[in-house]
Design a protein around this ligand. Structure first.
Ligand code: HEC
Length: 437
């Protein structure tokens, strides 16, 4: 056997360093974490507030996990850009892609574990996006949740997926490292000071984020999860924002076509070294790769921005412009107060797209009674829905259904009213119109 000299490659070091940090902090957290629905949040809070340096270990774990995912992605992108996959075993690239997926998965499962409002609702909305995949979406989500609701069973699944996924990442990382060509020989540019610089930069960034901006990756633990109250405004985990926006964007318009497209993209990504037989390595001389790669990267950036902008949903409320009745105004107020825009748009505006657009009530021939019963307990109609149950007094409920039924674009014209203006308005219908610009 050849003696193997370890080459100093900044990525290898950052990867293994990041992995070790995340692993050891994870073992620490594992000791204190209680994976039950009732106690998970409190146990994480205890780590954060009472166990010596617990807060630091939590940050290291969360930031470390996020960084690993970023490093994997970055590495994949680099291999693609410099055409490295053309000169080595094709299976290495497959390993790298699988690593990214596994790391995504571990991060996703880990995001749920603190069981705060953010964690709960962020996960719920990602799952609801997944459930819109044609044919398999619903069964897939039921499998992930271990049932119809996001409860104790789901938590224990997420917990084991997090640990199992982490083991898978370790395995893939090992496998990938074994495969590396020139492993043991001097890597090109091996000991160069440039590599050291980059390694230092990664370290600096890692610790910078841990100290200065832990909330980018760590759950701020504001409130324990409450499945009956949707939060004021949260986002899915950051690495899923773009996926989720892309999902709801494509799937809600062309479900089958976009599912086929997604499979094609997946096949393309996984099979890249086998599909791309062109020996040219310079990206500028590879027009097809260049355009597909650029489209993917731009798509991710674009949909992340769209998703982040969507976090400001519900700042305006859509109202009939032509003399809305007092009940319709009251209904709009209840709609704003209950934050229904967290999941519903009205006429394609002012909301996230998790549930159906509220302007279809007439089209679907919903009666006021049906709507009211649905709002009180959506589970009865759609088992497994993310829509919470609402306890709303009868009068407000009637107003709400009147409001929803008024949203009929074929009969009325509409305006967008500032949420604050709407909520501050208490007087009968005549006078409030003057307040609106
Ligand atoms: C957490 C997300 C969420 C929130 C918050 C939410 N909904 Fe929903 N809602 C849904 C989903 C998802 C559906 C579609 C039912 C399904 O298939 O699961 C739905 C369906 C509906 C429907 C039935 C549509 C139809 O005709 O089939 C009505 C009415 C409705 N929601 C009203 C409301 C109102 C009013 C509020 C605020 C008080 C609200 N929703 C808050 C997710 C939500």
């Amino acid at each position: 056997m050849k003696t193997k000299k370890f080459s100093f490659n900044f990525l290898t070091y950052s990867l293994w360093g990041g992995f070790a940090l995340t692993l050891f902090s994870g073992i620490f957290l594992l000791v204190h974490y209680v994976p039950t629905f009732a106690q998970a949040f409190a146990s994480v809070q205890r780590v954060n507030e009472q166990i010596p340096f617990g807060w630091m270990v939590r940050r290291i774990h969360a930031v470390g996990g996020g960084f690993l995912l970023l490093l994997f992605l970055f590495h994949l992108l680099r291999v693609f850009i410099v055409g490295e996959y053309k000169t080595r075993a094709g299976s290495m690239w497959v390993f790298e892609v699988l690593l990214v997926f596994a790391a995504l998965w571990v991060n996703f499962a880990g995001f749920f574990l603190p069981l705060s409002q953010e964690a709960f609702w962020g996960t719920a909305s990602t799952l609801s996006a997944l459930s819109t995949i044609p044919w398999i979406g619903n069964s897939l989500v039921e499998f992930i949740r271990g049932g119809r609701e996001l409860g104790g069973m789901a938590l224990s699944r997420f917990f084991s997926m997090h640990l199992g996924g982490a083991a898978l990442v370790a395995l893939l990382l090992f496998g990938h490292d074994r495969m590396a060509p020139g492993r043991g020989e001097e890597a090109p540019g091996g000991q160069s000071p440039r590599n050291l610089w980059i390694f230092g930069l990664v370290l600096l960034l890692l610790f910078g984020v841990i100290t200065l901006a832990p909330n980018w990756f760590t759950d701020p633990l504001r409130q324990a999860a409450n499945p009956t109250v949707n939060p004021e405004g949260t986002l899915p985990p950051w690495f899923f924002i773009s996926l989720q926006e892309a999902f709801s964007f494509f799937l809600s318009t062309y479900p089958v076509l976009s599912a086929i497209l997604a499979v094609l993209v997946l096949v393309f990504i996984l099979g890249l070294p086998f599909l791309d037989r062109n020996p040219e390595k310079n990206l500028l001389q590879r027009p097809v790769s260049l355009s597909i790669g650029a489209a993917l990267v731009m798509g991710i950036v674009y949909f992340t921005l769209v998703g982040m902008a969507g976090a400001h949903y519900g700042e305006k409320v859509v109202l009939p412009a032509d003399h809305p009745s007092p009940a319709e105004v009251r209904g709009a107020q209840v709609y704003a107060l209950k934050n229904c825009a967290y999941c519903h748009q009205v006429l394609g505006h002012q909301g996230r797209r998790e549930g159906p657009d509220m302007s279809v009530m007439r089209q679907r021939n919903r009666s006021p009674e049906w709507i009211q019963r649905f709002i009180l307990n959506a589970q009865l109609y759609q088992p497994g829905t993310t829509m919470p149950r609402y306890e709303i007094p009868l009068e407000d409920l009637e107003a709400l259904s009147a409001y929803l039924l008024s949203l009929d674009p074929t009969r009325r014209v509409f305006q967008a009213v500032d949420r604050e203006t709407l909520l501050n308005f208490g007087a009968p219908a005549g006078s409030w119109e003057k307040k609106i610009k």
